[in-house]
Design a protein around this ligand. Sequence first.
Ligand code: MBD
Ligand code: FE
Length: 311
Amino acid sequence: MSVKVFDTKEVRDLLKAATNLDGKGGNARSKEIVHRLLSDLFKAIDDLDITPDEVWAGVNYLNKLGQDGEAALLAAGSGLEKYLDIRLDAVDKAEGIEGGTPRTIEGPLYVAGAPVHDGVSKIDINPDEDAGPLVIHGTVTGPDGKPVAGAVVECWHANSKGFYSHFDPTGAQSDFNLRGAVKTGTDGKYEFRTLMPVGYGCPPQGATQQLLNVLGRHGNRPAHVHFFVSSDSARKLTTQFNIEGDPLIWDDFAYATREELIPPVTEKKGGTALGLKADTYKDIEFNLTLTPLVKGKDNQVVHRLRAEVVA
Ligand code: MBD
Ligand code: FE
């Protein structure tokens, strides 16, 4: 028996009382947002006739999500993080900002504090038998097309098991393994000497995978490398590239793939001289083009809780 109670004074009053919407105290913006989200939830319960059993399954799911520490992972897998990018892209378009390297999601696995090196950094600290050497390099250019000096390029990626240091359930990696930061010189160039990553998969017993299972979705990402690029003279860039040829490139559970973010992988020789573990190595050139500050300000700095390790 389907009933409709959402559009009644009793429920309107309940929503206002529960969020103290017209009362004193609290934070006006928080009240506005919570009132709207709670209203949308109540309305969905009415519209879809969501049962008490289903509501309690959802409540318990939130407990598990928190226990597993996966809320930010679910933000990626639910498309919420991608949605924020779609909105930021639209803001840029409306402001006439174009031509930079496209943004794509940060994801939940960044760790702040990697030691900054000039120009080049070798970031594979722990041996990884199953991973071959990889050199990632490119030039940071500004909105004027000129190389940017003093830009800080940070990168982070997974090992051959798809695990990131600091979040590795096997405990096999030390702090900042496969995470680095380099500062560009006057030529704008950066280089990371590292190992080839493989794609990430959600923890199989975690809350995120649990939700994906009921949706009939997988929780895997293609192999990829994340970047932050910061400079005093341009906006912060958050992006990634995918490893060309990965079968999941257009089937990423976090929707981070973009046409412009799949640089070619070439094979080179001379790795021994670079300190790599084999002479033959993979090479990826990934140039980074920054966009101008908006009225002198960087409107791309996102504040969110991030892991940090003091090196
Ligand atoms: C990752 O490595 C990642 O980049 C995202 C977005 C989600 C989970 C793991
Ligand atoms: Fe990642």
